[in-house]
Design a protein around this ligand. Structure first.
Ligand SMILES: Cc1cc2nc3c(=O)[nH]c(=O)nc-3n(C[C@H](O)[C@H](O)[C@H](O)COP(=O)(O)O)c2cc1C
Length: 242
């Protein structure tokens, strides 16, 4: 009797386990689907209409860091020659480009919270830089440099540069971890890191640039239609020195 019961139990167990052990079921359970739906990170990386993929940034150049430091001077007069997409991409990468598979960027950031957002105003349009994917999205069509010039107390360098880079910040990103009192200091230090990278990269590309802090925040914000939580910290006109 006991033997018969054990045998029945064993048979039932085999019936349950066998299909799961078949090669097909095993494959289904262990193989990744051929076309897995993209992860949120991958979705973020796939380009959408209205975006411009930037050329791969260079990590080697003709000028040494020491030369770039020694040569850097604020340049405020530019020829009308436009910047190439290569140059714009390289300058943006130097400021906030992703330089590590884990997402770390070219400039250090307190807690790796990355509060900075970078824009570039050209004669055609103003673009927002997306470090993930190293690409641009259109922020505003048309030439906003005259309005930025007005916002920056009519400083000619803003009007005449073929590209005006804007470093803005979302203070809340850093405040979440470091608090309202300490975080503004960190955000401003980071803007300095990013700006210095861009200024030195400009020198290494034989371009000139000047960091500009004198402007009406609200006018720059309005001109660029920045989101409410973003504050402009620096304008950096860049071009070929005249
Ligand atoms: C925070 C900050 C704000 C600045 N704002 C302006 C500005 O509004 N307009 C300008 O022409 N230069 C500006 N500059 C550039 C300085 O005038 C310049 O760095 C200084 O004269 C030293 O010259 P150098 O950059 O050639 O070494 C600024 C520099 C810093 C660090």
């Amino acid at each position: 009797m006991l033997f018969a019961r054990t045998l029945t139990l064993l048979m039932m167990l085999l019936l349950v386990l066998l299909p799961a052990c078949s090669p097909r079921r095993w494959m289904e359970a262990t193989q990744h689907p051929i076309n897995p739906s993209p992860t949120p990170d991958e979705q973020q990386k796939s380009p959408s209409p209205g975006t411009i993929d930037l050329p791969e940034p260079k990590t080697e150049g003709a000028m040494t860091l020491e030369e770039a430091i020694a040569k850097r001077r604020s340049v405020r007069e530019f020829s009308p020659e436009p910047l190439t997409l290569d140059e714009i991409g390289q300058l943006l990468w130097s400021a906030q480009g992703v330089t590590h598979p884990a997402g770390y960027r070219s400039a250090p950031s307190a807690g790796a919270l990355y509060p900075l957002e970078v824009y570039v105003a050209t004669p055609e349009a103003t673009y927002h830089y997306e470090p993930n994917g190293h690409r641009l999205t259109i922020q505003m069509q048309g030439d906003l440099r005259p309005q930025l010039y007005a916002a920056a107390l009519q400083q000619e360098s803003v009007l005449n540069a073929p590209a005006v880079f804007v470093i803005a910040a979302v203070y809340e990103r850093t405040a979440k971890k470091y608090g309202k009192e300490r975080s503004p200091r960190y955000v401003h230090l980071e803007a300095g890191h990013a700006a210095q990278n861009l200024l030195l990269q400009a020198v290494a590309l034989d371009l000139g640039a000047v960091p500009i802090g004198a402007f009406y925040d609200n006018k720059v914000k309005e001109t660029l239609a920045l989101p409410v939580d973003q504050q402009p910290l620096y304008l950096i006109p860049v071009g070929h020195p005249r």
